[in-house]
Design a protein around this ligand. Sequence first.
Ligand code: SOE
Length: 383
Amino acid sequence: MSTARETIGIGMVGHAFMGAVHSHAWRNVHRFFPVAPIPRLAALGGRDEARAKAAAERFGWAAVETDWRALIARDDVDLVDICTPGDTHAEIAIAALEAGKHVLCEKPLANTLAEAEAMTTAAEKARENGVRSMVAFNYRRVPALAHARKLVASGALGRIRHVRTVYLQDWLSSSDSPMSWRLDKDKAGSGALGDLGAHIVDATQFVTGETVTGVSALTETFVGERPDGSGGTGQVTVDDCALFLGRLSGGGVASFEATRYALGRKNSMRLEVNGSKASLAFDSESMNELSWFDGGDPVTEAGFRRILVTEPAHPYLAAWWPPGHLLGYEHTFTHEIADLLTALGEGRDPAPSFADGLGVQRVLDAAGRSAAGQSRWTTTEGN
Ligand code: SOE
């Protein structure tokens, strides 16, 4: 990190959906959060030069590299941000860490448990030389979910009995929707399980402060072949949906559902926690709100009430607009990058670490094995 100049050079690999939201965050973070170092958008990596150049111009990156190895090797790149499909995460992250570059890696950390383990080992080794790494679970940075974690940690919910969580999308509901890298196991590792399940496993562990110790899962692929965009068809090799039950380290139980076939649900990540004293509920389609039920209220007045999480006293909100002026999806990435830069500036480890990403991967791996029928109840221990 070039601390003398109080800036940090960012090299980002990938410029599709995640590349766009990350670019937006890198560009704007220091205008709202007092982060030091300030990011410099040094280089954007993409295999197709013309497309990468167009993206760099649109998002404000100073240079383009068509080979991620060249991007890592650049003197003006201090941190590598990985926004590519999962099959490349391990190789890029390990090479960057070995080159002494900090790493931010999109979720899920990797396509396989073995890759996630190798990445975590590389991260722990690099850490000895002050090189830091973080996995990008942006929903942790939704103010309402960050507030939910605080409420649980304060003891306001009491003992956690249930977590009920779903991540629902509908973009595959039609059998005519075309193939995509997300439906190819070699590229994506898994389907809804890794892509959406990773978020709700992380959110569960983040909000409760507990870990998922074992799962029982099933997965389904509803449409096995889809148009490939050039007149033929391609084979879908991943799950379309994944449902699983889990046990939590504090003695509670959890249910998880991830699907791309919930017609009408565009991007609904919901989580409800029932404790011995209170319950809370969140829905990403109303992400500025938290529902709260206090078991101590007189029965005649008791009921779920809506907390509008837009006060300056709520997590991240002091940096933004006056109360009631809502935040959206893109802000969660700005918060993520603000937290990362703050940790780097203070010489601390950012969270969630690669080890945390590996923890999520263990749950996904156990769910995959359970769904494949290798055992009825599959623990995450001893992987
Ligand atoms: C999948 O459609 C996806 O883009 C995920 O990959 C993201 O992690 C999620 O935030 C939105 O949906």
